[in-house]
Design a binder for this molecule. Structure first.
Ligand SMILES: Nc1ncnc2c1ncn2[C@@H]1O[C@H](COP(=O)(O)OP(=O)(O)OP(=O)(O)O)[C@@H](O)[C@H]1O
Length: 308
């Protein structure tokens, strides 16, 4: 869906990217992570031609982006940034309708789409459609930003620190929301973040940048397991703990009912299981009955022995 082929970007004498070759397959949620100034935003902005490469080529849907008029390319790609960038004097509905209007959709179709998008990001259209951006919380404004980026149904979504400006609780909700939207829509998403936990939780593919070069890329478990000292330092010394958040608790559960043990949610991860064990001072947690009806549970010993 997106290919960076031998990309270098220089701004005057400064090298922002140096020989980057990467591909993002359709439906992937690819997270770019790296220290400040490592070139994450520059790499993202090449995709919608906000930055042009000094060397190399960027292909989107198999076509060199230089062959596509910039405005047309941008209308075909959703873009969400940290500061949200909503038009302050327009209502939420008009903000969400921006690209469909530019594309000349009929009014009735735009209205229906705005309602559909607000519902997708879990904002009640009756309550929010006529509000102005200043009447929204940071998390709500981010949701509107996502609804706007998805309104014209682009197959690619670029997100540059999309949750950077919201508090940790709203951030957690928005992450869960993004995972749900990604699963429901199958969009190809390229996302920049500083937050290692966010990167590991969201990514189907991780690309780690340092000084304009890719130092590791692949599935999160692969990168966490195989990365060198820099990757470990960047993603946190607690990589083993973070890796637990990638695995559903159900996967290690055994058919050993423990009716008195504290219960986990059906979609809980191994990290949730460990957290519940610590919180409840118990070494076994219960999982709700699977479809077969059999009760299951997970012990601390098994979690430690069988962890990925
Ligand atoms: N328009 C520009 N003009 C000059 N230098 C730039 C420009 N954009 C980026 N740079 C430089 O290129 C390098 C990479 O910047 P970039 O914004 O891609 O990094 P980043 O990894 O996204 O950083 P951060 O996490 O701090 O946002 C930096 O040294 C930055 O100063």
């Amino acid at each position: 869906m997106i290919a960076f082929d031998g990309i270098s970007v220089r701004f005057g004498g400064a090298t922002a990217l140096d020989g980057v070759t990467e591909e993002v397959a359709e439906g992937e949620l690819c997270v770019l992570v790296g220290p400040s100034g490592s070139g994450k935003s520059t790499l993202l902005r090449l995709v919608n031609r906000l930055v042009e490469p000094t060397e190399g080529a960027v292909r989107v849907r198999g076509v060199d982006v230089r062959a596509v008029e910039a405005a047309r390319l941008r209308r075909s790609i959703g873009y969400v940034i940290q500061s949200v960038g909503l038009f302050p004097h327009r209502t939420v509905a008009r903000n969400v309708a921006t690209v469909p209007r530019l594309l000349g959709w009929p009014e009735a179709r735009i209205e229906a789409r705005v309602r559909e998008m607000l519902a997708l990001v879990r904002l009640d259209p009756a309550e929010f459609a006529s509000r102005r951006p200043r009447e929204l919380s940071g998390g709500q404004a981010q949701r509107v930003g996502i609804a706007r980026a998805l309104a014209a149904d682009p197959d690619i979504l670029l997100m540059d620190e999309p949750f950077g400006a919201v508090d940790p609780i709203a951030r957690r909700d928005l992450r869960a929301e993004l995972r749900r939207i990604h699963a429901a829509t199958g969009k190809t998403i390229l996302l920049v973040t500083h937050d290692p936990g966010e990167a590991i939780e969201l990514a189907s593919r991780l690309v780690v940048l340092r000084d304009g070069r890719v130092v590791a890329s692949g599935g999160p478990s692969e990168v966490l397991g195989g990365g060198g000292a820099f990757v470990r330092a960047l993603l946190g010394g607690d990589a083993a703990l973070r890796a637990l958040s990638l695995v559903p608790a159900r996967r290690l559960a055994e058919p050993d009912p423990a009716p008195d043990a504290p219960a986990l949610a059906a979609d809980a991860t191994l990290q949730d299981a460990l957290s519940l064990m610590i919180e409840s001072r118990r070494t076994r947690v219960r999982l709700p009955a699977a479809e077969s009806g059999a009760e299951a549970s997970l012990s601390l010993a098994r979690l430690v022995e069988r962890r990925p």
